[in-house]
Design a protein around this ligand. Structure first.
Ligand code: SF4
Ligand code: SF4
Length: 196
């Protein structure tokens, strides 16, 4: 039996409208509607203990139409995009893509609870648009100085250790070759997102 032959669970679906909305945002290739609630994604997720809902539960809530709860969940914001869930999902659900879609929806509807998360995302995008890659030292320094000044002493030793072991660069990276091409791609991506 192929994955495509596995049908989605036949459950009462009062949240069809919200499910359709998330599917439209994530793209049909994300296959969210094929989730069979097996829980492999949550069991594979390194951030599951920190999330207020496991990915499996969040997907059940989407199906149940719990828009407010879903778009206020910490789960998408604590997803570190490791793609473990996506690789292991027996239904081929692109869990990570769904998390990105939920973040975009939460930002658009101003429902995210963690006010710093959206700012972090914007700063990350600025880095990519400016250098063509991430600048982790600048990103984390900006984030802690702006939002978590009192926590800075606690994380400073980790940052220094990463600098010493060359896991972190203190100076901004060089711009990638082809930065103009990348910017054109990003402009197109933003236009597509705005039209979605
Ligand atoms: S692993 Fe896939 S099918 Fe299983 S609960 Fe997660 S998304 Fe649904
Ligand atoms: S991609 Fe996100 S949701 Fe999936 S396992 Fe990694 S952290 Fe968890």
């Amino acid at each position: 039996m192929t994955q495509d032959q596995l049908a989605p669970p036949a459950v009462a679906d009062p949240g069809r409208g919200f499910l359709a909305e998330v599917v439209a945002r994530a793209g049909t290739a994300a296959r969210l509607e094929l989730c069979i609630q097996c829980g492999v994604c949550g069991g594979s997720c390194p951030s599951a203990d920190e999330m207020d809902q496991t990915p499996r539960t969040l997907f059940a809530m989407i199906r149940a139409g719990m828009r407010e709860h879903v778009l206020r969940s910490t789960t998408p914001w604590l997803c570190v995009s490791c793609y473990r869930c996506t690789v292991r999902c027996p239904q081929g659900v692109q869990v990570t893509d769904v998390m990105y879609a939920l973040k975009a929806m939460a930002v658009a509807q101003h429902t995210y609870l963690n006010a710093t998360a959206a700012d972090f995302s914007r700063a990350f995008v600025w880095n990519v648009e400016t250098f063509g890659r991430s600048f982790e030292a600048g990103l984390s320094a900006r984030h802690y100085l702006r939002h978590y000044l009192t926590r800075l002493p606690a994380v400073a030793p980790m940052g220094i250790g990463m600098l010493r072991s060359r896991r972190l660069r203190l100076l901004p990276p060089r711009r990638i070759r082809g930065i103009a091409d990348l910017r054109r791609i990003l402009v197109c991506a933003k236009a597509l997102e705005a039209a979605a």
